[in-house]
Ligand binder design. Structure first.
Ligand code: AHR
Length: 490
């Protein structure tokens, strides 16, 4: 019997809703076909945005969406994507498949997508190949409410009202695809570029600096030392790759050893966040700078027969377990993690949604975001799990991963991932400080390699948990192998 303790009296940090954010890049079929089909498409749309996708994202309360990249961001020139579509520049997407980018989805379209979803835009600017002036004018174009060349251009393009754009990234992976810079050089560039990303009117920009690749602690050290006081957020990128970068492994065909290796690698996020946060603590003891994990998730070999530059992969229950484990880690570190953006939204990497023509499926990862949505803006509670170690060959992990929070209405939400691929887990959950209340549960479970496809879109989906009761401050249940549950005590 595994034991979970939830201490409702130990109230910790607020879980920033933006931890449940997502990332959309001009990559493969993420933007085009994935979210944007154009006004003239037969696929139901509003102003070109797929209605099915927008509705699905509203359901999981997507709080924030990053765009336009990724590596694409440091080659993107925003003025190519405004004005009459027939005049927009057609260019090659050099990073991702060498396909034609016709710029029909640009700033207006992205901000319209965010409006329809009801999420905050997070725009990533171009440091690698863009100018200070270009970045400065982008913010002026989007947010200035007055007489200026960019405000006039915006009005000419059909949007006289300014938008609100809070989150702005100053470069992406500038240690790699964003210019192959050294940290001190980037830190100086960051200081310079961010100076001209202006706050106009009531729009207050939350400036995000390019942070480290995985365990590159020296990047964090140097950028925080030189530029820490000029930023509101520092990004971190870490992908879970079960194999090597040149042979990552199949998304759907894997054995138990590879399943556990994947989860072990995903659990490394805890160490990464802990150690980067320790460095940040030295330069920012007051926690003014948020850690922004704006790219995370699984990265496998592309589906056989698909364009290698499109990064299209299926998503199984293994991905759902990675998502559940990682989101519990972010919740636990919500005193420092202010935002996270899983990569990516639709049809790319660990997507929450897949599309094919007019068809759409929600992946198991989507359902995890559904199960976890009540943590958004809730107060993290203290938890403890006494549970078995699982896995083999030095790649063991704790069987249960747990998180709990209390929302504004006083309801407690517990999310538990039961990670074993084969063994169900009897569990006793003790709530300290809460003796009674109505209990409801929802659960996602399936074989480790189960997935949803266009023929079987509901193969893996959320079901109610039957007959849960809170008696004398305890709930007893059996968590199936490879499952993610949300238990709510009203
Ligand atoms: O998400 C795919 C790519 O991974 C992004 O473009 C880049 O930032 C990262 O290397």
């Amino acid at each position: 019997m595994s034991k979970i303790i939830v201490n409702t009296l130990e109230r910790k940090s607020k879980i920033n809703r933006n931890i449940y954010g997502n990332f959309s890049e001009h990559l493969g079929r993420c933007i085009y076909n994935g979210v944007y089909v154009g006004e003239n498409s037969d696929i139901p749309n509003v102003n070109g945005m797929r209605t099915d996708v927008v509705e699905a994202l509203k359901h999981i309360k997507l709080p924030v969406l990053r765009w336009p990249g990724g590596c694409f961001a440091d080659e993107y020139h925003w003025k190519d994507g405004i004005g009459p579509k027939e005049n927009r520049k057609k260019m090659v997407n050099t990073h991702w498949g060498g396909v034609v980018e016709d710029n029909s989805f640009g700033t207006h379209e992205f901000l319209e997508l965010c409006r329809q979803i009801g999420c905050e835009p997070y725009i990533n600017g171009n440091v690698g190949s863009g100018t200070v002036q270009e970045m400065s004018e982008w913010m002026e174009y989007m947010t200035f409410d007055g007489v200026s060349p960019m405000a006039a251009l915006r009005a000419e393009n059909g949007h006289p009202e300014p938008w609100k754009v809070k989150y702005f990234g100053v470069g992406n992976e500038n240690w790699g695809c964003g210019g192959n810079m050294r940290p001190s050089y980037y830190a100086d560039l960051y200081r310079r570029y961010q100076t001209y990303v202006r706050d106009y009117g009531e729009n207050r920009v939350f400036r995000i600096a390019c942070g480290p690749n995985a365990d590159d602690y020296s990047w964090t050290e140097e950028v925080m030392r030189i530029a820490g006081r000029y930023m509101d957020g520092l990004s971190l990128h870490y992908y879970t790759v079960p194999g090597d970068w040149d042979k990552k492994g199949s998304a759907t065909e894997f054995d138990e050893a590879e399943y556990y290796r994947t989860l072990k690698k995903a659990s490394y996020m805890d160490e990464l966040v802990t150690k980067h946060a320790q460095i940040m603590d030295r330069y920012d003891p007051e926690h003014k700078v948020g850690l922004i994990v704006d790219e995370w998730g699984t990265w496998f070999d592309v589906e056989p027969g698909t364009n290698p530059g499109f990064l299209y992969q299926q998503s199984t229950m293994r991905d759902a377990m990675v998502a559940a484990l990682t989101l519990n880690i972010f919740n636990a570190h919500s005193d420092r993690v202010a935002m996270a953006n899983i990569a990516q939204l639709v049809n790319v990497l660990q997507a929450v949604i897949l599309t094919e023509g007019e068809k759409m499926v929600c992946t198991p990862t989507y359902h995890v975001f559904d199960l976890y949505k009540h943590h958004q803006d809730a107060t993290l509670l203290g938890t403890f799990a006494e549970t078995a170690k699982i896995g083999a060959d030095g790649e063991t992990i704790q069987n249960l991963s747990v998180s709990a929070s209390e929302d504004d209405a006083g309801a407690v939400h517990i999310t538990v991932a039961s990670l074993s691929a084969t063994e169900s887990c009897p569990a006793e959950i003790t709530l300290l400080g809460r003796a009674d209340g109505a209990v409801q549960g929802r659960i996602l479970t399936g074989r480790m390699d189960a997935y949803n496809d266009f023929d079987c879109p509901e193969n893996v989906s959320i079901r109610p948990m039957e007959s849960l009761r809170l008696e004398n401050g305890q709930i007893r249940c059996t968590l199936p192998a490879c499952s993610v549950a949300e238990i709510t005590i009203a």
